[in-house]
Design a protein around this ligand. Structure first.
Ligand SMILES: Cc1ncc(COP(=O)(O)O)c(C=O)c1O
Length: 380
């Protein structure tokens, strides 16, 4: 139940990928023979499916190695295109792929504004407007947060961005079950990742608006000029084919995936809150967040100890990130005003397509037992 971290490859996705490792192994850039044409056709089919997932034109999709690379290409690429002194507006609960790209830019002399969020993890569009200057080259605000499932008011931020003529990038790695349409949302760049939507790891995409307005972008990977010069390197054909099929399935199954995740997530929450006192929801109300996300803290129970006790039953993650020897409380929970003690007691569940009611029941029972046991130990 750690589906925000990654998801299993859907068996239907694996099936369409397999021939591209063996008999259809061509390089999509080989123009002189049928192996290359076959690979190129497959890549273009997948490009269409990935574009359709977000209501975009296939031509504007750039395949990458994942959302981390897409975020780097978007943030660094747009700022570098604008030139020295350019400014980017972002917010504190972004994924590290955006935050660390911004830090890199600061070291290179660019300016960054990191906006605060409220207790739900939501950024205020008025704050975005106030942060814009004549030098602002980009606004980068994620669509759905990977820790607490908070959904940012992207369409409102897009109105602010458009009024000031600033392109808007959104990291939509966690958005498949919610859906994001680039025209309805009014965004200009979108990062996607295959392994968050039952596709393979190591493949993603950046969608970049090419018309009205055309977003200028400096490539971060130079080489053979693949992907219209925006990302050089031989394409990962099997991965891209899998991404295409995963995107097609995600679009087709969006409503069913969302309803399934919501039902299981709500059942899990009801069971935990029914059996235990001192359970606190971190982030927005259940109906206002990612349908598979449940981030909760248990009074008096250290999340690391709880995860250790549950390791044979369920895979979850904590509101803390290990950096070598130290365990730091989550910067996302901190940005929402949650104190370090509560952050250290937080667990993130991410329910997905292949989780079942039986699993929810088993996990709920184990969590209730272990929370009660750890509290009893603490009181001894
Ligand atoms: C919101 C968000 N952005 C970016 C990433 C990074 O994606 P990838 O693993 O494809 O590099 C993740 C996943 O960890 C994510 O949840």
């Amino acid at each position: 139940m750690d589906c925000h971290s990654t998801t299993p490859v859907d068996p239907r996705v694996l099936e369409v990928m397999l021939p591209y490792f063996t008999e259809r192994f061509g390089n999509a850039a080989s123009r002189s023979h049928a192996f290359g044409w076959e690979a190129e056709d497959a890549v273009e089919g997948a490009r269409g499916e990935v574009a359709a997932l977000i209501g975009a034109r296939a031509k504007d999709i750039v395949f990458t190695s994942g959302a981390t690379e897409s975020d780097n290409l978007a943030v660094k690429g747009v700022l570098e295109a604008r030139g020295p002194g350019a400014h980017v507006v972002t917010q504190r609960t972004e994924h590290k792929a955006v935050l660390d790209a911004c830090k890199h830019l600061e070291r290179a002399g660019f300016a960054v504004t990191y906006l605060p969020v409220d207790a739900r993890g939501i950024v205020d569009p008025d704050d975005v407007e106030r942060a814009i200057t004549d030098r602002t080259a980009l606004i980068s605000v994620m669509h759905v947060n990977n820790e607490v499932g908070a959904i940012q008011p992207i369409a409102e931020i897009a109105r602010v961005a458009k009024a000031r003529g600033v392109p808007l990038h959104t990291d939509a790695a966690q958005s498949a079950v919610i859906g994001l349409d680039v025209e309805a949302a009014g965004v200009d760049l979108v990062s996607l990742s295959a392994h968050k939507l039952y596709g393979p790891k190591g493949v993603g995409a950046l969608w970049v608006r090419r018309r009205s307005p055309r977003v200028a972008l400096v490539a971060q990977m130079d080489g053979g000029g693949h992907e219209r010069g925006r990302r050089s390197g031989t394409l990962n054909v099997p991965g891209i084919v899998g991404f295409g099929e995963a995107a097609r399935l995600a679009r087709e199954a969006r409503a069913a995936d969302a309803a399934h995740a919501r039902a299981l997530r709500d059942a899990l929450r009801t069971r935990l809150e029914g059996a235990l006192d001192g359970v606190h929801l971190n982030g927005p109300e259940p109906d206002d967040r990612h349908p598979g996300n449940l981030n909760v803290s248990f009074d008096g129970v250290d999340a690391e100890a709880l995860m250790l006790a549950l390791r044979d039953v369920v895979a979850v993650s904590s509101g803390a990130a290990c950096t070598s020897a130290s365990v730091e409380p989550s910067y996302v929970l901190r940005a929402m005003g949650i104190d370090d003690r509560r952050a250290h007691r937080s667990i993130r569940f991410g329910v997905g397509r292949f989780n079942t009611r039986d699993e929810v029941e088993r996990v709920a029972r184990a969590v209730v037992d272990q929370v009660a046991r750890l509290r009893a130990v603490a009181h001894r």
